[in-house]
Design a protein around this ligand. Structure first.
Ligand SMILES: NC(=O)c1ccc[n+]([C@@H]2O[C@H](COP(=O)([O-])OP(=O)(O)OC[C@H]3O[C@@H](n4cnc5c(N)ncnc54)[C@H](O)[C@@H]3O)[C@@H](O)[C@H]2O)c1
Length: 255
């Protein structure tokens, strides 16, 4: 950082004098390493403290602590149609909500609209994660204190499921198992699962009632039925409270 213009013909001694003014090149001076290390350490501590205050910092945000009187719900697929409306209702009713979504089908605009409606700290956070990644799911459960899960995330087209059955079994059945295992490992004891009337197939009698036999006829319905079975089997052997919603066509809940 020279302060005066220097011509090429200037003597080298002059240059080294300028450098020595910057604490370089003068071997007679002892650099104050201890002081610099102390300053660096202090700055590092300050940065960590600031980071710890920020909402997304692993393990230290309000979302990572259980709080008396506050129920923290994980809404999977909360950027999607039903999940975003469920989140709106939960927030309106004073729940704390974490949305997890991989945005493969969902709409980040819905999440932003919810964040604008409920901007207070500790109300709503969004986590971009694919439920097909068990490590990421486990990390999310480790870093957040959930009291309940509403599991909406899924690919959900009957026709597509016949074209890409493996995708459907993976996205629906395998991911539900991942969510359930993470819940069990982290002691989360309430699950609401979004299933479908497609698990009934083509029933002999109408209307469909709770006891109508479930005989699905496509990979979408079969993948959901398998998820239901896994959830119900697990709930029988654990103290997890589960509810299964077999949703019919749902296009009436709002924009
Ligand atoms: N909409 C209906 O009429 C209807 C009818 C019956 C059942 N359902 C069920 O309700 C649930 C929600 O349906 P919707 O209409 O809101 O669908 P949607 O496509 O609007 O929402 C699903 C959300 O899940 C997310 N998602 C998908 N795979 C994911 C993954 N691997 N990881 C993280 N996020 C993922 C998508 O990005 C999307 O935001 C689904 O489980 C669906 O099977 C819906």
């Amino acid at each position: 950082m020279p302060t005066t213009p220097r011509s090429r013909s200037q003597a080298r001694t002059t240059r080294s004098w300028i450098l020595s003014g910057m604490d370089f090149g003068d071997t007679r001076r002892k650099p104050n390493f201890a002081g610099k290390i102390a300053v660096a350490a202090a700055l590092t501590v300050m940065c960590i403290l600031v980071l710890k205050q920020s909402p997304g910092f692993g393990g230290t945000s309000v979302f990572s602590r259980h709080e008396t009187g506050v129920t923290h719900v994980l809404v999977t697929g909360g950027a999607g149609y039903i999940g975003s409306h469920a989140t709106l209702r939960l927030l309106t009713d004073n729940y704390r909500v974490t949305i997890v979504d991989n945005l493969s089908r969902g709409n980040m605009g819905a999440v932003r609209a919810l964040q604008r409606l409920f901007p207070e700290p500790g109300r709503l956070q969004f986590i971009y994660t694919d439920l097909g990644d068990p490590k990421a799911v486990n990390k999310m459960f480790s870093e957040n204190a959930f009291d309940a899960v509403m599991h909406f995330a899924a690919v959900a087209y009957v026709g597509e499921s016949t074209q890409e059955p493996l995708r459907y079994y993976h996205n629906i059945t395998s991911n539900t198992l991942t969510v359930l295992e993470a819940m069990a490992a982290h002691n989360v004891k309430t699950l609401i699962y979004s299933s479908t009337c497609a698990t009934y197939g083509e029933p002999d009698t109408m209307p469909i009632v709770e006891t109508t036999p479930q005989i699905p006829i496509n990979p979408y319905g079969k993948a959901k039925k398998m998820s239901e079975d896994i959830i119900l089997d697990f709930s029988k052997k654990s103290n997890m409270a589960v509810m299964i919603l077999r949703i019919l066509q749902c296009d009436w809940i709002g924009p």
